[in-house]
Design a binder for this molecule. Structure first.
Ligand SMILES: [Zn+2]
Length: 225
């Protein structure tokens, strides 16, 4: 099983919340980084963690980027924060042939921009693409799938051919159960957000954090068998 996390500019305390869960269960993970922050060093020092990049091309697509920004400068800037990265998953899964050629040019080896949902029943495997990148599709993503999930949705997926799961620390912190519950807290999110205020938005019923724990417990059950 591969647990992957897209940082999406989450506050350090939000990221720590997920890290504490992973530490408790002692499981490996991959983190796609969006920004620099003291927490990046803690992630880097953890030998169970691999760091990738999560470049944001949306400002280019929406023409809201700073003057002179190009896809090359976006990739370059994020690689300055995570020079050791070999894997890329773009924010909003933005990709295309030109971007793939650039990812390759910058020395990245693993491309993780395809969500092929488990409901497609396609047996997933990694493969080499035309750009000599290894494609690693994921079968579940919290921001599109949470509302479909309950205690029984995910555990059996750990035994599929390529069980890659895509989480966001903010959804784990909020234990979101659908996108509306996340949107409700959006107005108070940001770098200066207080933990206590965000805690008020945490969902008490089954949600994303419970999905994560259900997966970890499922894989530990399989390994202990
Ligand atoms: Zn993202």
């Amino acid at each position: 099983m591969f647990l992957t996390f897209d940082l999406d500019w989450a506050s350090d305390f939000v990221i720590e919340y997920t890290l504490d869960i992973l530490n408790k269960y002692d499981v490996p993970s991959t983190w796609f980084i969006t920004h620099d922050s003291p927490i990046i060093e803690r992630l880097r020092k953890d030998d169970r963690i691999e760091l990738g990049i999560h470049p944001n091309f949306n400002t280019l697509l929406d023409s809201t980027s700073a003057t002179g920004q190009t896809s090359t400068t976006v990739i370059k800037e994020i690689l300055e924060i995570v020079p050791e990265a070999t894997a890329v998953r773009s924010h909003s899964l933005t990709t295309g042939s030109r971007l793939k050629a650039k990812f390759k040019e910058f020395g990245l080896t693993h491309h993780c921009n395809f969500l092929i949902p488990f409901s497609s029943r396609i047996q997933l495997l990694p493969y080499w693409d035309y750009y000599d990148l290894i494609e690693v599709p994921h079968l579940w993503e919290d921001d599109t799938h949470t509302h479909l999930s309950n205690r029984d949705t995910l555990p059996h997926l750990v035994q599929t051919t390529l069980p890659v799961f895509d989480f966001h620390p903010i959804h784990i912190f909020l234990n979101s159960y659908d996108i509306a519950s996340y949107e409700a807290s959006r107005s108070i999110q940001g770098s200066s957000i207080e933990k206590e205020r965000l805690i008020e938005f945490q969902n008490k019923d089954f949600g994303t954090k419970d999905c994560l724990v259900s997966l970890i417990e499922a894989i530990q059950d399989v390994t202990n068998m």
